[in-house]
Design a protein around this ligand. Structure first.
Ligand code: HH2
Length: 283
């Protein structure tokens, strides 16, 4: 019998892990703001230690019913954190915003990636701003607007429609001057998609999004469809198993990165997944 080859420890998972940091404080008193910054900085340090490749920082919630935030407030939330992280780490930072002014301020503070859930459609100058900044951009699919997107989403063929939208936004970005190599695509799980009728077929058809030829970022971590599949009623912190299962389904389809809240557990899952894949190739 052939000896079983030893599995080498996998140091760098081929799939990048984006760790989520939301800075969306309820309190705007000075004390509240300082506490928020301090807590967010501690979270950033932990995510880096846990193996995050990129930190994705957001100052405005996109959940239906969330309070809209103006650009100045959003800048006030995210820029001090980006500066504080930059002062002690070279980890790449992504800014999760739909506002060009926030993206500009974040890049000036040291971010290098603009993660835009509106795929650079929110403002008339979004495309030109991304091109001028020369940053990487994440173009995400969403049907409708954040506040109302879950009201009545409709698709004939969700995978084909998401793929066509992403291809057209990538074209628009390149026409505006964004370099092809700086574009990421994201199917936007949970954004204007029915819990099971749209999110599950979209995840099952991710290989068709990957086939567009751009790196794909997948955000499934703690999303509501996981609780629905699991019988309902599970709060975000109780969706880790489903989050990892969905992330690995994405990895099997060829996504380049996953956006997650639970970095340590996801990195471990990816290492085991990769080690098994490598052992299979070695055998
Ligand atoms: N999901 C959320 C926010 N930003 N960006 C990308 N590219 N892809 C996603 O799937 C995505 C995203 C929503 O998740 P969460 O951070 O949990 O919620 P909130 O919007 O309240 O910050």
């Amino acid at each position: 019998m052939k000896p079983v080859p030893a599995v080498q420890p996998v140091r760098v998972p081929p799939v990048k892990v984006w760790g989520v940091i939301n800075v969306t404080p309820d309190s705007f008193s000075d004390g509240g703001r300082f506490d928020e910054l301090d807590a967010a900085l501690r979270r950033a340090r932990r995510l880096i230690a846990d193996g995050a490749d990129i930190l994705d920082i957001g100052g405005e919630s996109t959940r239906p019913g969330a309070q809209p935030v103006d650009a100045a407030q959003e800048i006030d939330r995210v820029v001090p954190l980006i500066q504080a992280i930059r002062a002690e780490s070279a980890v790449p930072i992504s800014i999760d915003t739909m506002k060009p002014a926030v993206a500009r301020a974040a890049m000036a503070a040291g971010a290098t990636i603009w993660n835009d859930v509106t795929a650079l459609r929110h403002a008339p100058d979004s495309l030109a701003t991304a091109a001028a900044l020369g940053c990487e951009v994440v173009l995400m699919h969403m049907q409708g607007e954040p506040g109302t997107m879950q009201a009545e989403p409709r698709y004939d063929d969700v995978v084909a429609e998401v793929a066509a939208f992403l291809a057209s936004r990538a074209e628009a970005a390149m026409a505006a001057g964004v370099a092809r190599g700086r574009i990421w695509l994201d199917p936007g799980v949970g954004f204007g998609k029915h819990m099971l009728d749209h999110n599950l077929p979209l995840l099952a058809g991710l290989d068709r999004i990957v086939a567009l030829g751009f790196p794909v970022l997948l955000g499934v971590s703690r999303k509501s469809f996981i609780s629905t599949v699991d019988g309902g009623g599970r709060p975000g912190e109780q969706r880790l198993g489903g989050s990892i299962a969905a992330a690995l389904a994405g990895v099997a389809a060829g996504v380049a990165a996953v956006r997650v809240h639970d970095v340590r557990e996801t990195v471990q899952a990816l290492r085991v997944w990769t080690a098994i894949a490598q052992a299979g190739r070695a055998g």
